[in-house]
Each structure stands twice: as C-alpha cells, then as structure tokens.
Design a protein around this ligand. Structure first.
Ligand SMILES: Cc1cc2nc3c(=O)[nH]c(=O)nc-3n(C[C@H](O)[C@H](O)[C@H](O)COP(=O)(O)OP(=O)(O)OC[C@H]3O[C@@H](n4cnc5c(N)ncnc54)[C@H](O)[C@@H]3O)c2cc1C
Length: 372
C-alpha cells in the first residue's frame, strides 16, 4: 500500500492529527489501526477537559493544557457542521471538593497560584459548595470552582473524528498492526505491518500505550511509554442530579447529559492488562458515595478499563527524533489526551507543514530522554 502521510494509531491523537492535516490541505493521509479506531484509552476516558484541576504547577504543561482547552468550542462547532455529530461540549465547569482541612489548604493554594497565572478560579465555603451542587455530601467543608474546566463526550468525539475521516476520504486501515518502521539512509520510508508493507513520505507514531513496542529498523523506538490502567464505573440517575464535573482527592465524578454518572479512576501499573477487578469497583463505589452519598445505593450500569500512555515524566512526547528524518511522534498524553488532542494536532501540523518550532517542541521533545 502507498500513502504520503502514514499515521500509526487511530485513537484521539491519531484521528485528530489526520483531521488537522486534511484541513490544512494535505492529501494521501492514511491511518493504520491495530484494532478498530477509537476503542482504546480514548474510548475509556472520562472526557474531562481539566486543565486546572489536573495541573499542579504553572509551566509548559499548564499553558499547553489551557491552550488546548480553549480550542474546544471551535472544534465542537466545526465537527457538528462537518459530521452532524454533537460531541456534547459541556461548559458548566468543575467543582473541587474539600472534606478536611488538608484538602481545603491544598485547594486554596491551587486557586491562589492559578489566579496568579491569570486563570479563573474561585474558593468556596462549605455552604457555597453545597449550593453550587446540592447533591454533594453534607460532609464537604469547602471547595473550589474552575469555571473553564469543561467536559466533552469523548466517545462521541471519536465517532465524529472517525466519520470526518470517512467523509473526507482519509484512508483508514483497521485490524492491521505496524510492527516496524522501514528506514533508509536515516529517512523513514514507511512501515512493515501484519498485512504487508506501506510506503510513506512521512510517518507519525500516535500509538498511545503501545508506542515502545514498535521498532525503527531493527531497534525499539527510543522512548519508554508504558500503560497505566484506569478502571471506571457508571451509574444512571433518573434525571441529571449534577451540573458540573466534581473532583476530590480520591477520585472524580462526571455527569453526562443522558443521566449517566461516571466515576473514576484507578491508576495501576499492571502492564497490558485491561481486566476489571472487584476491588477496584468497590473502591470506585466508595469514592462515589463519599462525593455524593445518594449514588452509593444505585446499581453500577457499566464498568470498563483503559490503558493510559505514560512516558517517564508523565508529560506528552511530541515532535521529531534527532537523526531520523520523516518521523514524528505524538504520544505520552497520560491522563490528559482528550484535553490535549486539538493543540497536539495543531502543533504536529505546524511542524510538518511549515517546520513551525513551538517552544513546546523543546519542552516535550522525544530527545529529552536520550542518554548521551
Ligand atoms: C480511565 C481513563 C480516564 C481518562 N480520563 C481522561 C479525561 O477525563 N480527560 C483526558 O483528557 N484524558 C483522559 N484519559 C487519558 C486519555 O484517554 C489518553 O491520554 C488518550 O486517550 C491517549 O490517546 P491516544 O490516541 O494516544 O491513545 P489511544 O486512544 O490508546 O490510541 C492509540 C491507538 O493506537 C493503536 N495502536 C497502538 N499500536 C499500534 C500499532 N503498532 N499498529 C497500529 N495501531 C496501533 C491502538 O490500538 C489504539 O487504538 C483517561 C484515560 C483513562 C484510561
């Protein structure tokens, strides 16, 4: 098979890059996926766009998250126009709960540094927190509101990106595993796959947790990305009880428009294993009950697990490897790949099309792990 641009991996990152490159007028784009597109980590996610709830300090990661989050309203509108799929961008914000003085101190500190960084964040008293979300636990003593930390239905987002690819004639090859990249005189010329060879002028690795399994020629990709399992559960309430995403130190709750309430998530270093465990389910039910006691008595309607792609420093890995031409990588998005997909796609497209050198390419360069 022949392609001009080969994207390996059909998760949120690979599909978002395919769309971005198509929108910039590039052709000959092919996405190769070992299973079916959008069925791995990106499907398992909770869809939070938690730039502020998820980031612990100012810096490149915070600004990258904030920039990506701000791209969502335009992305949601454009995908609705192009595909007819509403990705349910919900802009009601995120509430962070404090159950004791330590929580309250940590939350106040987060609000303080974020306000200093020019972001909107409010500290709330216990009564204010409970007025904001009346179904949270009476044991809550305070909280913080991040009005710009939104959520999206990530499964709908994947369907929209997949439909976009079909409508625009982006070639999608599923049930095909890329085993190795072909390299000639320091230039990547395509890939060897489970169903044959694919030639390509340029290749992008967007393979999430599986990235380190690919070989460049005879050698493994020189970055260590490993899977970190996240298990989640969902309840259904007769009507929507919660307006916002609710965070706590033990876990989070994401209310969807259809009445589902998602509870997440575990963080387990157990290899490529997506089994669901009774212990994790029990722990998630406990988290739900702590956040909102009314949830604890409801039946669990769905349980699932996904593998987050975690690099050595838990930051994204974006750009080119020095010494190898025609090869780009976009992986290691760990807990924030849904949030970071639009900005990641933009950055990779800028680099591929204009050679655009964003400072993020230094901060998140794959070369930062090289020992030499
Ligand atoms: C429980 C859970 C909750 C999460 N919640 C959130 C959240 O609320 N907000 C957020 O922003 N992020 C969240 N995340 C993180 C987010 O899901 C990931 O960061 C993101 O999905 C990574 O996207 P990806 O495209 O790199 O990976 P994936 O979605 O895993 O896609 C990679 C794809 O590449 C394919 N592939 C791999 N190797 C090959 C190969 N050799 N050949 C062909 N295809 C290959 C895989 O089959 C897969 O489909 C969560 C993750 C989990 C597990």
């Amino acid at each position: 098979m022949k392609s001009e641009i080969l994207i390996i991996g059909g998760g949120i990152i690979g599909l978002s890059i395919a769309r971005e490159l198509d929108q910039r007028g590039l052709s000959g784009i092919m996405v190769v996926e070992q299973g079916y597109c959008g069925e791995q980590s990106s499907w398992a996610a909770a869809g939070m766009l938690g730039a502020q709830a998820e980031t612990d300090e100012p810096g490149d990661m915070l600004s990258f998250c904030v920039e990506s989050r701000s791209m969502y309203p335009e992305l949601a509108g454009s995908l609705l126009d192009d595909t007819g799929i509403d990705i349910e961008l919900d802009q009601k914000g995120t509430l962070y709960l404090a159950f004791d003085d330590d929580d309250a101190a940590r939350i106040s500190q987060r609000v303080r540094w974020q306000r200093n960084a020019g972001l909107e964040a409010l500290t709330l008293s216990g009564p204010e927190t409970r007025r904001t979300e009346p179904f949270v636990s009476p044991e809550v003593i305070g909280g913080a509101l991040f009005p710009n930390d939104w959520q999206v239905d990530n499964r709908k987002l994947l369907s929209a990106l997949r439909r976009y690819a079909d409508l625009r004639g982006i070639t999608v090859v599923e049930q095909t595993t890329v085993n190795s990249l072909n390299i000639s005189n320091g230039v990547v010329t395509g890939a060897g796959t489970s169903t044959g060879e694919i030639s390509a002028d340029r290749t992008i690795i967007a393979t999430g947790a599986w990235t380190s399994l690919i070989k460049i020629g005879a050698f493994p990709v020189p970055i260590a990305v490993k899977p970190i399992r996240g298990q989640m559960i969902a309840f259904r309430t007769a009507k929507r009880l919660f307006e916002r995403v609710v965070y706590s130190t033990n876990g989070y709750m994401v209310p969807r428009a259809d009445g589902r309430v998602l509870i997440g998530a575990t963080s387990e270093d157990v290899g490529f294993n997506k089994d669901i465990s009774a212990i994790a389910t029990a722990g998630l039910i406990e988290t739900a009950s702590k956040i909102a006691p009314a949830l604890g008595s409801l039946p669990v309607i769905e349980e699932w697990a996904g593998l987050r792609p975690a690099g050595p420093d838990r930051m994204p890995i974006l750009g080119e490897f020095s010494g190898v031409r025609g090869l780009y990588v976009a992986t290691g998005h760990y807990r924030n790949g849904i949030l970071l997909a639009p900005r990641t796609a933009e950055l990779i497209a800028d680099l591929m099309i204009d050679g655009g050198r964003s400072p993020y390419l230094d901060a998140f360069s794959p070369d930062r792990f090289r020992i030499s």
